[in-house]
Every structure is written in structure tokens, then in C-alpha cells.
Design a protein around this ligand. Sequence first.
Ligand SMILES: Cc1ncc(COP(=O)(O)O)c(C=O)c1O
Length: 361
Amino acid sequence: MSWAKWLPLRADLQKLSPYGAPQVRATATLNTNENPYPPSPQLQSAITDAVQETVGTLNRYPDRDATQLRAALAGYINEASKTHLTANNLWAANGSNEIIQSLFLAFGGQSAVGFIPSYSMHPLIAKVAGTSWINGGRNLDFTFNLDMAIAQINLHKPVLTFITTPNNPTGDSIALSDIEVLAKTVGLHGGLLIVDEAYAEFSSQESAVTLIDAHPHLMLIRTMSKAFAFAGARVGYLIADPLVIDSMMLVRLPYHLSAITQAIAVVALDHRTELLNNVKTLIQAREGLVKALNTLGLTTLPSEANFILFTGFSATSPELWGQLLEKGILIRDVGLSSYLRVTVGTEAENKAFIKALTELL
Ligand SMILES: Cc1ncc(COP(=O)(O)O)c(C=O)c1O
């Protein structure tokens, strides 16, 4: 992108491109790892009631500290992971992207390491926050390489080390024992380990939340966008030692999370049984989709998330992506040559995707 000479945009930003999955209409929208199930009529009506109750107070600023929401999030995590977290271990923001940004505002400035291919916003937010980004690399088959990661951390001694488990776009998880080794390694250099668990609910692996007590410099990023089907509401959260949470209060904007967002997120958490049942359906559908892709002769990377990265087609990734779009199927070209990523959708969407793909291969 070229910028007008009169615009005093920071020199280090001029080379960057904005994040953006194409926003085009499609019959099956399987490109941004959203949950395909809209809120049920019961949940919609509970959300509407919560909004109704809140609108009468919109002349006032919201609870700056989102106390009720943070307590509800702690309750959810404690139930899932048998932990004893309190609201003081939780921070909530407008999507986990805002959490990532806040982490860079609080702890960035020097360097950060991540293991690419992984979530593209980690390096982008790092650069926007003036933090140099180092790619620690992965194996050629994109699996995580613990020894390589340790060597990179010891070499660069970054303040922030990012891992994503399950990883986007590859779908693989990092073993809890490896995460503990990484926590110890970053600790040797006074760094922080950020574990992005955006897709944790889709994984059979235990959450790294149980490691926080022993390793206060390890923290987790989670989101309600995926398992809770709440992408449009924008709710992400950080789980960490209370001292880390205190530092979030330094960098947050006052009243950053609207009263409506806080109220409806609590309602969605109250409906977790219903929402997490849909996660079970999506996990089953993922396995069905893997089988169907393999039957077509394609290779899939093992996924513990709500998406699958696949390869083995003869067209280029942009070509196949475009041909699928012409048939109304929107998936994601993540910029990895010969690979495409598809999000698990409803049964009808998955069928339409496989039908279109069968016609094209
Ligand atoms: C690994 C990972 N982290 C964070 C996010 C951001 O999620 P949100 O800002 O919707 O909470 C995403 C979104 O796709 C993701 O894949």
C-alpha cells in the first residue's frame, strides 16, 4: 500500500497491510472460524431481556472493572478445569485481540517470539505496538518443535513468547508438559509466556490454566467468539496471576467494555451447557469433514479446533479458493502455498463444501 506524502503515518506502519479476511457474501461462510450456530431462541430472548434491563442505565458509564462478568468467567473456568480462580485472575475486553493489544501495551516495546504459521494478529499487533517480532519457526510439516522453541527463547530472550494451542491455522495442540517446559524457559529470562487458547473448548487436551499457580509468568488468552458463538458480541479474556491483571488496568481505556457487552456475556455464560453441546456437534462434524476430505484424496492436518488445514490439490491455493467462491463456498487462503483452511460449519454447509470440492477436483 502506498501512502500520501502529507500523512505523517509512522514509518514502521507504512509497510504493513491491515488484517482482513475478505467480507463477501457466500452460501457457506467457512473462512473465519466462527461458530455456525446462531443463539437459540431461548438464548436470544434471555439476551434481549438483559439488553432491556441495561438500556435504562445507558446514561451511566459501565462497570469499569467488569466485576460480574469476570466472576462469571472465573466460575466457568473453575468448573471446566477444577481450578480456584477468582475475578482477580480474569480480565475481559472487546475480543481477545484487544487482550493481545493490551499485553503489548503493558509488556511490549522490546521483542516478542512466536512460532509461525500461527495466528497472524500476534505479529501484526506486535508491530503496531512497536515491538520487534521474531519468528521462532516450526517443523516443515508445521508441527511445533519444542527444542527449536527453547533454543529461540534462549537466543533472543524475548519479553513475550506467544504459543497458540490448538494452533490457528494448523489445528494441532502443544502438550501440557511442553508448555510447562516453555514456562520454565521464559522464566529464566524474566519473560512472559502467552498461551492463546482461543479454540480450547474444541480440543481434547487439558487447558494450561492449571499451570498458572506454579508459573505466574504464564497466562492464557481465551475468547467467547468460537465455542460460545459470540463473535459479534466481542468478548475475549485473559486468565493470569492477579499482578498481571493489575497491569491490564494501567493500559485499558476507561470504560472499555460496554454495559451491554458485559450483561449479555454473563447471560451467554449462564447458557454454557447448551452452547457447549453445539461444540460437541462441531467436533463430530470436524471428524466427518476430515473423512470426506481424505476420501477425496486430500491430506488433512490433525485438528483439535473448529477448522481443518488441507492440502493435496493440484490447483494453486488462490485458484481453488476462487473456484470454490464461484460456487458460493467461502473458505480461507491463509497464505501457505498449496494449503487451504476450512472452518467446520453446519451439516448443510459442510455438505455444500464437499460437493463443490468434489466437482472441482
Ligand atoms: C488464535 C486466535 N486468537 C485470537 C483470535 C481473536 O478472537 P477474538 O478477537 O474474536 O476474541 C482468533 C480469531 O480467529 C484466533 O484464531
